[in-house]
Design a protein around this ligand. Structure first.
Ligand code: BDP
Length: 708
């Protein structure tokens, strides 16, 4: 009865082989992400091993098999021996299942009500005279998430003595948005090609899709939009839907549902219709029958993500209809199958007085007009995934609409894959922002979280080792937006770089400072969107000749000889009036607005004294320098870990930090040179002049920068 299967023996053998090497010497190319399951120190192993000798799994669904294999893989590698799967409860240390599959669980008084459909309960209890650990959920996927939570505890060295945990996700939809094209390029992708090998699908289903799904499952991400929001209609043709179905089949057991971006004019492009007017009955019929055919192939299909009437994409306004008309028509096609439409609020027109006002002006009047299976997907800030923005004014102000937040995990505006910028801090700041609306904080105003993925075919998945932390943090915050980014960084660091205390105590502070460093060397004090044209690589604050005025950096900073900043108060665009009560009041006032949003809301004289006692100009220069120094310090801190991190990953991070320092200095120098050319002011004492003249920075060209 206790005979170990061949797989389990293999897992144990691998684990033993691993255990021979000291932790820091474990070679890694980053493929394992945070699921490395490094061997624990011998003393810890022994104590965990006693608790995890055998396991009883109730049921055999795909999710249960995944749970069992993950437990065996993880415990086997960390503890040195995988739990033996036993056929009866009587001799199990670990009992895993749902009350539906294992009615005995019902008598234990577990708080399963609080776990919801996707959550779990972890409990240490005495059962029939035995000391056991129970991993229970209301669904097999919930159980799987419980197994990952248990493994995380072991990975981060937490005791299982008084295990008593119940968790349920805060948001029902926790989705990655891949901006992947059918030719395998990735818009704003810095980690290689698209994972989805469309040409070879469905005949060849890359095993990597399973590891992708595992990683998502481990942090609770429960959906993936496979293709770019700038969508090709081709994805909705029968051959591509077969390919999509093959991917969906891999993701399903891991609790990850498949979604697609849909092109609004697909009825014309692939349906042979003359119009895509949402009020045209033929168009409505086309979408209904398209939805029906998708659900025949993919019964748990999640729904569509739609970018309409934005940056040249077609949409309902092309037919004189509203965003609500468009969204509702597609929502009606999905409703019989339980599907959702995520309708993006990212729109802005050149006629607007201020781009930051656009989405609110367009969508606020539509509150209450959307079907219940529509989610309005709003970017975290009113412009566009910048290093820092105030929260979007639509949060909290669409009481009769389901609103989701979209963040960008890929670092289009924060230094691509080479700059270390831990975005957990950025998202925590937004989710935690006070709104002056009924739910008081942004996290309470939303019902879904979507993240533009940073994943590609690079061996380490995300283009850099530290960018893995952003994928991880996105999932953790979507599951529980009240988690602190410092705790997330700590967990991730331990799981990724090991439990060596010196490593954790060095890496976590680096991560927590990193995002502010980027803000400082790129866009301090509320400046925004000063990146070079198109690819957004490097500085371009001087650019003022683009086809649309609201694409020009000069539009955003409005620097003149006298001052700098975008006046969004009543005297200017009055975008600040879109915020509610106390928030509007504070941000309108120069006395109250925090420094971090100063130039976002106000046009301020260069000579104005800030809270620091310095003039605006002196403060700005100091911040540019602080940003560069912070990167220099990160390099120094990282160097102190030489020998404590495996050589391959150590070397790559070392090289990337060097690139980051060079580029931070480039940003600093180019920005100072440019703003000095506008204000004619000398540099404050103690700050070095830019290395080159402004013309040098203006002359730099990067036609092949990635992701464009
Ligand atoms: C911008 C990106 C562009 C995207 C757009 C969007 O530069 O590539 O298509 O966002 O979110 O930031 O639709």
């Amino acid at each position: 009865m206790r005979a170990a299967s061949a797989t389990m023996r293999a897992v144990a053998a691998v684990a033993l082989a691993h255990s021979a090497a000291p932790a820091a010497a474990q070679r890694s190319d980053g493929y394992d992400l945070w699921l490395r399951y490094d061997p624990l120190p011998p003393a810890e192993r022994a104590s965990y091993r006693l608790l995890l000798r055998s396991a009883f799994f109730a049921g055999d669904s795909g999710s249960m098999q995944a749970a069992r294999e993950e437990l065996q893989r993880g415990v086997g590698a960390m503890v040195g021996a995988a739990p033996i799967a036993v056929a009866s409860l009587g001799n199990a240390d670990l009992i895993v299942g749902t009350p539906a599959a294992l009615p005995a669980l019902k008598s234990l008084g577990l708080p399963l009500n609080a776990a919801g459909p996707e959550g779990f309960v972890l409990r240490r209890i005495a059962w029939k005279g035995r000391d056991v650990i129970v991993v229970a959920g209301n669904s097999d996927v919930g159980v799987l998430r419980g197994i990952f939570a248990l493994l995380r505890r072991i990975q981060t060295g937490q005791p299982l003595e008084s295990l008593n945990v119940v968790e349920a996700p805060r948001y029902a939809l926790r989705l990655l948005n891949h901006w992947d094209n059918l030719d395998r390029t990735v818009e704003r992708g810095y980690a290689g090609q698209s994972l989805w090998d469309w040409h070879k699908l469905p005949g060849w289903v890359d095993p990597r899709y399973t590891d992708y799904a595992r990683a998502n499952a481990s942090v609770g991400i429960n959906g993936a939009v496979l293709n770019n929001v700038n969508a090709s209609a081709e994805i909705l043709t029968p051959p591509y839907l077969e390919k999509v179905a093959a991917i969906a089949g891999v993701l399903r057991p891991w609790g990850v549902r498949t979604y697609l971006s849909a092109r609004f004019t697909a009825p014309i492009a692939i349906g042979g219709l003359k119009t895509a007017d949402p009020l045209d009955p033929q168009v409505q019929r086309w979408w209904r029958s398209k939805a029906d055919s998708i659900y025949r192939l993919i019964p748990d299909f999640g729904g569509f993500l739609i970018k309409a009437n934005s940056e040249g994409q077609p949409g309902p306004q092309d037919y004189g209809r509203s965003h609500a008309d468009g969204a509702n028509m597609i929502a009606d096609a999905l409703a019989p199958h339980g599907g959702t439409v995520m309708w993006r609020a990212f729109i802005y027109s050149p006629e607007e007085v201020d781009r930051a006002r656009s989405a609110y002006d367009e969508f606020k009047p539509l509150d209450g007009k959307f079907r219940s299976n529509v989610i309005l997907q709003v970017k975290n800030g009113p412009i566009d995934f910048q290093p820092r923005e105030p929260f979007h004014p639509l949060f909290g102000q669409m009481p009769a609409t389901r609103v989701g937040m979209e963040v960008q995990i890929t670092k289009e505006y924060l230094g691509f894959a080479t700059h270390l910028a831990f975005l957990g801090a950025l998202w925590e700041e937004v989710l935690d922002s006070r709104t002056a609306t009924p739910r008081a904080r942004v996290a309470g105003e939303i019902s879904a979280l979507a993240g533009v993925a940073n994943i590609g075919t690079d061996r380490n998945w995300t283009g850099s080792h530290f960018d893995q932390a952003n994928w991880y943090a996105f999932g953790r915050l979507a599951w529980n937006p009240t988690l602190r980014s410092s705790d997330i960084a700590q967990e991730w660091s331990r799981m990724t770089w090991g439990n060596d205390r010196q490593v954790t105590e060095t890496v976590v502070p680096m991560m927590l400072r990193s995002r502010d460093a980027v803000v400082d060397y790129m866009t301090p004090l509320g400046l925004t969107h000063l990146m070079a044209t198109g690819h957004h690589y490097g500085p371009g604050p001087w650019v003022d000749d683009l086809e649309r005025r609201d694409w020009n950096p000069t539009y955003y900073h409005r620097a003149t000889r006298d001052g700098i900043g975008f006046d969004r108060t009543a005297g200017g665009s009055n975008a600040v009036s879109q915020y509610a009560g106390a928030v509007q009041h504070c941000w309108s006032s120069l006395e109250c607005v925090p420094d971090r949003y100063l130039l976002w809301f106000h046009h301020v004289p260069w000579t104005k004294r800030l809270r620091s006692g310095r003039t605006l100009w002196a403060d700005m220069v100091k911040r540019y320098d602080d940003g560069v120094s912070a990167v220099r310090e990160m390099r120094r801190d990282w160097a102190s870990l030489n020998g404590r991190i495996d050589a391959e990953r150590y070397r790559e991070v070392t090289a990337f930090l060097k690139i980051q320092e060079q580029e931070a200095k480039w940003w600093r120098d180019a920005s100072i040179a440019y703003f000095q050319s506008i204000n004619g002011l000398p540099l404050p004492p103690g700050h070095a002049p830019p290395e080159h003249a402004l013309e040098h920075y203006k002359s730099l060209r990067f036609p092949y920068a990635p992701g464009n």
